[in-house]
Design a binder for this molecule. Structure first.
Ligand code: SAH
Length: 325
């Protein structure tokens, strides 16, 4: 529309501070590109998380690994108002978390749409999964499980430690021919990895319609048919009417949300309900200090810890439902 470009606000942070900054960006600048008819201007976009500093094998390089949380604003009155709210919010967050000053600059709109691609390279995660951007041509080793993603703006490029922890857990727990449920699928990454490891059928859900579309597109890109027999993607959270159907389930959301989901706090079907007796639930998106809180919520629903992974400050838990024997 206008040639002035977009205002980028970027903060380089890690761990809990990154989560808080992303939450702030989503709060003030979320909800997509909102046309404001009165002001005749547009704003929107949410948080974009970018990480850099990987070697050719997709392993983070010590001292070079960086996480930047960014958001983009359209110029104009509305954009300026949001920018002020964000700057005030960041100022308050800096009282809680040590973090650098935000860096603000103007970028061209096309640069914004493509900027994340520069940082997104084929990446080996778990033992055998090679996550690769759809436009790259990786060189897989025999036995590699190649998963091609065009994540768009939906979370789940594999760049985030919480996703990598889940992929590693899927490698341990997927049984070919058994069903998998993925709540909060984002780009669809975990469902696609699960399907490629042999999970059948796979059901993915997300409350964000953009994620649902991205997950469907990514499934197709990986040659996975979207049908009840192989994989389905639905708008929503924990699906109803599926009690005890899934020997394996994954939810990479955030600790607080997971606890709420266990308790049915969002008027939702309780998180543990679809898990089969003796089945496992992979929980991720959990900062180390919040692991106990999530574990207690799982325990209250008859699920005990059987596995745990950690990368930096992030923890993934695997809990198992009592088999009632
Ligand atoms: N599974 C992907 C994406 C994780 S990001 C990965 O591992 O990389 C978390 C996703 O959960 C987001 O796409 C968000 O829209 C979704 N989400 C947040 N709250 C949710 C809820 N209550 N129920 C279902 N999905 C939710």
């Amino acid at each position: 529309m206008e040639a002035e470009g977009l205002v980028e606000i970027a903060v380089e942070v890690d761990g809990e501070a990154a989560e808080a900054v992303a939450e702030l960006f989503n709060r003030y600048n979320g909800g997509g590109w909102v046309e404001d008819s009165e002001a005749g201007e547009a704003s929107g976009g949410g948080a974009v998380i970018e990480s850099t500093g990987y070697d050719d094998f997709g392993d983070p390089v010590d001292g070079e690994y960086r996480l930047a949380v960014k958001t983009y604003l359209k110029p104009g009155r509305r954009g300026q108002k949001i920018q002020r709210q964000i700057e005030e919010g960041l100022w308050r967050l800096r009282l809680l978390y040590p973090m650098p000053e935000p860096v603000t600059r103007t970028v061209k709109e096309e640069d914004w749409a493509h900027s994340w691609k520069r940082h997104y390279k084929p990446m080996r995660i778990g033992r055998s999964v090679l996550l690769t951007p759809a436009w790259e041509d990786p060189d897989p080793k025999p036995g590699d499980v190649v998963v091609r993603l065009e994540p768009g703006m939906a979370f789940g490029t594999g760049l985030h430690p919480t996703t990598r922890l889940c992929v590693a857990a899927l490698e341990d727990y997927v049984t070919p021919g058994e069903a998998l449920l993925d709540v909060g699928t984002g780009s669809g990454v975990l469902s696609i990895v699960g399907a490629k490891l042999g999970a059948l059928p796979v059901m993915a859900t997300d409350i964000d319609p953009l994620a649902v579309q991205a997950a469907k597109d990514n499934a197709e890109r990986n040659g996975i048919a979207l049908s009840g027999e192989s994989m389905t993607v639905e708008l929503g959270s924990v699906p109803a009417g599926q009690e005890g159907r899934y020997p394996l389930m994954a939810a990479n959301i955030l600790a607080e949300v997971l606890v709420g989901l266990f308790e049915g706090a969002y008027d939702n079907v309780p998180l543990a309900e679809p898990v089969a007796a003796g089945g496992r639930l992979i929980l991720s998106g959990i900062l180390e200090e919040k692991a106990e809180m999530v574990l207690m919520a799982a325990n209250r629903r008859g699920m005990r810890e059987v596995g745990r992974g950690q990368e930096g400050d992030w923890v993934a838990l695997v809990v198992r439902k009592d088999d009632g024997a």
